[in-house]
Ligand binder design. Structure first.
Ligand code: FAD
Length: 406
């Protein structure tokens, strides 16, 4: 159990400031991406006349609901570039924000259960190394050394044939990450405005000039969307469509246990992944529900299958009790990669489509998005993720290439 001091409660957020009549930049959505973007706009680019508008409460969306896995071992160069940049920022984040976030580089194992899994995994290890990302291929005995509670018997339904391993990967405490960014952004002059839903955009001569909100009109030099799960609703209001679908994604935790699980284990084939939070809960997630929805809840059969897989891989879990389940809404693209950059409306920017994997991207995406907004052109890390790839066909397909996508 980690005995470090708890961070101060974010009570500075309870009194939301009254929105000003206009800002240089309005960010829609106070999740991880919106808050990190606001912080980097202020700290890296000196742009402090910024409001982050949140329809609910600070970081109450996916940022509050994710299972906190952080890694950068993606297959394609474009993905490795932005996720590895993000991981490097994670490595200095506690110091940069001067805020405890329990970032723990305990490593991530991606299990392989079939010969095809093995081939794809070894290919990914080689691709990772070429991109300077730490990656190893482990045989079943080595998997057991890293995580002694994994069942590596060869007579089970999905035998473990090996795993990729990224030692620098890990987890962090998600709500504290949000509070850390929020606190520092607020100190630099950013207004964090909760209970303020954006309901429309004011566009003049092809350029955004303000937003309509549940707390009145707010003028804006630039507007940056960071509203995971609701992006397509917002872009429709701005007059264009994005190839994004919203899906429920759920997860669960067990009651508290002694620390028994030293790393993070993911399996695409049986579709479960497990880590153990600092307090002791086993944190488990699955894949998205296949239907579209905004319900922040998922289907029972997904959890049932996820539990069956978990108990087979970790027989020790068979007596664990479920404490809590929940769901979020993630926005999914057809190539399982994000959409970032400029839009058909001048000075309106997009950061979305992170699907099941956007928590790990929070520092890197916020950093690159802030640069894009400040200079009104896509940063090099952002450029491959433009909307135009759905026209040119230059997709960055990470489907299945990196085990469960989280
Ligand atoms: C169960 C689950 C497990 C996950 N596990 C992982 C994981 O292990 N690793 C990983 O990397 N990623 C994971 N993710 C994905 C990750 O959480 C998301 O990709 C990421 O959090 C999305 O960015 P965000 O934090 O900015 O989103 P959010 O926190 O959802 O922020 C978007 C905000 O926009 C607000 N908003 C929406 N519409 C409006 C509007 N009209 N006006 C004002 N505000 C609005 C919402 O209220 C919300 O607060 C998981 C997600 C879920 C649901």
């Amino acid at each position: 159990m980690n005995q470090r001091n708890l961070p101060e409660h974010p009570d500075f957020l309870w009194d939301d400031p009254e929105p000003k009549s206009s800002y240089d930049v309005v960010i829609v959505g106070a999740g991880g991406h919106g808050l990190a973007t606001a912080y980097y706009l202020a700290s890296m680019h000196g742009i402090t006349n910024v409001a982050v508008l949140e329809r609910g409460w600070l970081a109450g969306g996916n940022m509050a609901r994710n299972t906190t896995i952080i890694r950068s071992n993606y297959l394609w160069d474009e993905s490795a570039a932005i996720y590895e940049h993000s991981l490097k920022l994670w490595e200095g984040l506690e110091e940069e924000l001067d805020y405890d976030i329990f970032f723990s580089q305990r490593g991530v194992l991606n299990l392989a259960h079939t010969l095809q899994d093995v081939r794809e995994s070894v290919r990914r290890v080689e691709a990772n190394r070429l991109n300077g990302v730490d990656a190893e291929w482990l045989d079943p005995r080595q998997v057991k050394e890293v995580c002694p509670i994994v069942n590596i018997a060869d007579d089970i339904r999905y035998p473990v044939m090996g795993a990729t391993y990224q030692p620098r990967a890990g987890i962090a405490k998600h709500d504290w990450v949000a509070w850390g960014y929020a606190r520092r952004a607020a100190e630099l002059g950013v207004d964090l405005i909760q209970n303020c839903e954006v309901t429309g955009f004011e566009i003049s001569g092809g350029r955004v000039i303000g937003v309509r909100t549940s707390r009145g009109r707010i003028g804006a030099g630039k507007v940056a969307l960071a509203a995971a799960g609701s992006t397509s609703v917002l872009t429709e209001l701005a007059g264009f469509r994005v190839p994004i679908q919203s899906h429920p994604l759920q997860a669960l935790v067990s009651e508290l246990h002694e620390i028994i699980h030293p790393t993070v284990v993911m399996s695409n084939h049986v579709h479960v992944y497990v880590s153990q939070a600092h307090k002791g809960e086993l944190v488990m997630g699955a894949g998205v529900d296949s239907y579209n929805g905004y319900g922040q809840r998922g289907s029972f059969h997904i959890i049932e299958q996820q539990m069956a897989a978990a108990v087979e891989l970790f027989p020790a879990f068979s007596r664990a009790h479920l404490l809590r389940t929940w769901g979020g809404i993630v926005d999914v693209t057809l190539d399982a990669s994000p959409v970032m950059g400029l839009t058909p409306v001048d000075q309106l920017y997009l950061d979305c489509g992170w699907g099941t994997g956007g928590f790990k991207a929070v520092p890197g995406a916020g950093w690159a998005y802030a640069d894009t907004i400040a200079h009104d052109r896509p940063h090099d890390l952002v450029a491959p993720y433009g909307l135009d790839r759905f026209v040119t066909g230059h997709l960055i397909d990470e489907h299945g290439a990196a085990a469960v996508a989280h």
